[in-house]
Ligand binder design. Structure first.
Ligand code: 13P
Length: 256
C-alpha cells in the first residue's frame, strides 16, 4: 500500500546547467521503473531550470528549504507561494543541516509543515538523533518529540501527503549507514508514534524514508525492511549512474 520513494538531496552542489545535464543522463536510466517514485531536490538557483526540464517526465522536483510565510521582509528567503509559482511540488523540512546551521527548530518545522500543506507542497519532514543521544538511549524520545512538535495543531485530515525521513545524524555523510535492523527499529518507533499522533490510517499510509550513507550496495537490504519505504540520498545522488543504480536496487513492498 506504500509505494517506494527515492529522493535526491543535492545540498549545495550543482549549477543549473549541471542539474539539467544530470537529468539528461539520468532519465533514460530510470524511466522504465514504475515501482519507485523519484524526486530531485536541487539548489534554489537550479530549481526553475530543473522543473522545466522534468516536465512530462516521471520525476518530480522540490526545494531543499522554504520560509513559512507567503511574503515579507526576510532577506534571502523563499516562500511557498514562490515555489508553487515555478512548479515545485515538494519541499524538505527540518533537514539536520538546516537544524544545525540555520536554526530550523522543531517549532519552525511545525510552521513550515503547516505552510507546505496549505500550499499543496508535499512535505518531507526530516527527523533523527545525534550519536550522543543514541549512546544515552534517547533515540525514541528524540524522534517522538521532533514528530510531536512538527505535527502540533495540524488536523489529521490534512496529513495525507506527509512523508517522513528518518536521518540519524551520525549516519549522514559518514559512509556508515544505520544497519537495516537499527533503521527498522527507529522506523517502527516513528510509525507507532504516528498512530497516537495522527491515527492508524495516516500511520499505515505515511511513507517513512531512511537517509544516511545510502549507496547502490546497501539500498536493497535497507528497503527490504517492513517499515522502510525508500530513501533520501545525499552524496550518492550526485552521479546519475550511481543514483539510478540505487533506484534499480530498491526492494519494493510486496503487493505494490
Ligand atoms: P548522505 O547520503 O550523503 O549520507 O546524506 C544523507 C542526507 O543528508 C540526505 O538528506
Amino acid at each position: 500500500m506504500r509505494k517506494t520513494l527515492v529522493a535526491a538531496n543535492w545540498k549545495m552542489f550543482k549549477t543549473p546547467a549541471e542539474s539539467t545535464a544530470f537529468l539528461t543522463s539520468f532519465y533514460p536510466l530510470i524511466k522504465s521503473n514504475a515501482t519507485t517514485e523519484v524526486i530531485l531536490f536541487p539548489s534554489m538557483t537550479s530549481l526553475p531550470a530543473l522543473v522545466d526540464a522534468a516536465r512530462g517526465k516521471s520525476v518530480e522536483v522540490g526545494s531543499q528549504c522554504m520560509h513559512w510565510l507567503d511574503e515579507g521582509a526576510y532577506t534571502g528567503e523563499t516562500s511557498p507561494t514562490m515555489l508553487t509559482a515555478i512548479g515545485a511540488t515538494h519541499v524538505l523540512i527540518g533537514h539536520s543541516e538546516r537544524r544545525r546551521y540555520f536554526n530550523e527548530t522543531d517549532a519552525r518545522v511545525n510552521l513550515k509543515l503547516k505552510a507546505a500543506l496549505a500550499h499543496g507542497l508535499t512535505p518531507i519532514v526530516c527527523i533523527g538523533e545525534h550519536s550522543e543521544e543514541r549512546e544515552r538511549n534517547l533515540t525514541a524520545n528524540v524522534l517522538k518529540l521532533q514528530l510531536s512538535v512538527a505535527l502540533e495543531g495540524i488536523e489529521r485530515s490534512a496529513l495525507g501527503p506527509l512523508v517522513i525521513a528518518y536521518e540519524p545524524v551520525w549516519a549522514i555523510g559518514s559512509g556508515h549507514n544505520a544497519t537495516p535492523a537499527v533503521a527498522e527499529d527507529a522506523h517502527e518507533i516513528i510509525r507507532d508514534h504516528l498512530v497516537s499522533e495522527a491515527g492508524p490510517e495516516i500511520a499505515a499510509t505515511t511513507r517513512i524514508l531512511y537517509g544516511g550513507s545510502v549507496k547502490p550496495d546497501n539500498i536493497a537490504e535497507i528497503t527490504r525492511m517492513e517499515n522502510i519505504d525508500g530513501a533520501l540520498v545525499g552524496g550518492a545522488s550526485l552521479d546519475p549512474v550511481c543514483f539510478s543504480q540505487i533506484i534499480a536496487n530498491v526492494t519494493p513492498h510486496p503487493g505494490v
